[in-house]
Write a protein that binds this ligand. Structure first.
Ligand SMILES: *Cc1c(COP(=O)(O)O)cnc(C)c1O
Length: 386
């Protein structure tokens, strides 16, 4: 089976992890800060906080922005459930903004209309989580303008987008957002096995996220309520979690980050080849927003079912039977039973639901060989012709 996404691990990566195993620190040593510095260097953000997953990063990002009961968080229905669940962790309510049918990202035009209505009803969101789906950046400038007009905070869920650029700036620079989050799960662009990071340019947000990452405990006297009792002294000044990344993970991350631009270039070469070789099939190929460079985590095609004799399920199953590890990103969150219980209905977000009825992620990972890609192209061509 050719997977839809896969990590690539070199001997250097392995050596980096072994070195840590033989060192004094398996956690809370020098590797995590060094990994954070490599993320800062790659993105231009002022601060990067490494944590044990993007889900944790989203949670501490929401907490740092003050999201709580009575507040609301808006996001796109076409994302992994974690982009919305982070709001629920904080006791906030969730609402969704339908996607743009061309970019598949949260649509700024729909957002604007929804904000206008919410303003009249007194239900404006505190936080909007935008997701750079497949690595393609959202229209951040438009979203930023709305955030100022309507007074909400912006989190970029850039789990798919490390190594990409928006308007010449690396994703993670946080020029148009308060916080950006990365995931280092093995299917993503850079991996630490499990892992994530929260980036910001704001010292206060960084300080808060650092606290939430580790039990709400500080060893920094400038944050303490009391005079220090001595060198052993620490204070818990808020309620936090253990969301720390280990030294093993950070060492792997440092080693992987050295190859970030190589990874993304390889993905672009594969995408270009797909674009050329799939151009005549009855499918919509990924659209690229001008002035952006995608991280290309995923390559999503949409089936023109009116021009194909098979159903969506048939095409999907036949690809899997041909050992092509296709997948779907994503089932619209509002259709998940847990969200349906909150009152979301089928039909609420028609563009998201139309996307879901046609979209298939075909294999895309930086170590994919041209032979593997040719297999995918041949299988797709045969199956769609049949
Ligand atoms: C993978 C992913 C997450 C969650 O990442 P973890 O590191 O597995 O917690 C969140 N949002 C999006 C868009 C993702 O793709």
């Amino acid at each position: 089976m050719i997977p839809y996404g896969k990590q690539s691990i070199t001997q250097d990566d392995i050596n980096a992890v072994i070195d840590v195993l033989q060192s004094d620190f398996l956690t809370q040593g020098p590797q995590v800060p060094a990994f954070e510095q490599s993320i800062v260097a790659a993105t231009g953000a002022n601060f990067a906080l490494a944590v044990n997953s993007a889900t944790s990063a989203l949670h501490i990002a929401c907490l740092a922005l003050g999201l709580g009961p009575g507040d609301s968080l808006w996001t796109t229905p076409i994302t992994f459930v974690a982009s919305a669940n982070c709001g629920l962790y904080c006791g906030a309510s969730i609402d969704f903004v339908d996607i743009n049918p061309t970019t598949y990202n949260l649509c700024p035009v729909v957002l604007k209309a929804k904000l206008k209505k919410a303003e009249q009803q007194g239900t404006l969101p505190k936080v909007v989580v935008v997701v750079h789906l497949c690595g393609q950046p959202c229209d951040m400038e438009a979203i930023h303008v709305l955030s100022i007009e309507y007074g909400f905070k912006v989190i970029e869920d850039a789990s798919h987008a490390i190594g990409g650029r928006y308007d010449g700036q690396p994703i993670g620079a946080c020029k148009y957002s308060d916080i950006t989050v990365f995931s280092f799960h093995p299917v993503k662009i850079v991996t630490t096995a499990e892992g994530g990071a929260a980036l910001t340019n704001d010292q206060e947000l960084a300080d808060k996220m650092r606290l939430y990452r580790s039990h709400g405990i500080t060893r920094d006297e400038s944050f303490m309520k009391n005079i220090s009792h001595g060198p052993w002294y620490y204070e818990q000044i808020d309620l936090g979690f253990n969301y720390r990344m280990t030294e093993l993970q950070a060492a792997l991350g440092i080693s992987q980050m050295k190859r970030l631009s190589k990874f993304v270039v390889a993905r672009h070469q594969l995408a270009k080849r797909y674009n050329e070789k799939l151009a005549d099939l009855p499918i919509t190929l990924p659209y690229q927003l001008p002035h952006t460079y995608s991280g290309l985590h995923l390559y999503v095609i949409r089936l023109h079912l009116d021009k194909i004799t098979k159903s969506y399920q048939q095409v999907f199953n036949e690809l899997r039977e041909a050992a092509i590890g296709v997948n779907v990103h994503y089932i619209p969150i509002h259709l998940q039973p847990y969200y349906q219980k909150m009152g979301f209905l089928k039909g609420d977000y028609p563009e998201a639901e139309r996307y879901y009825s046609e979209a298939i992620s075909i294999p895309m990972f930086h170590s994919m060989t041209l032979d593997q890609q040719d297999n995918v192209i041949a299988a797709l061509t045969t199956i769609l012709a049949g």
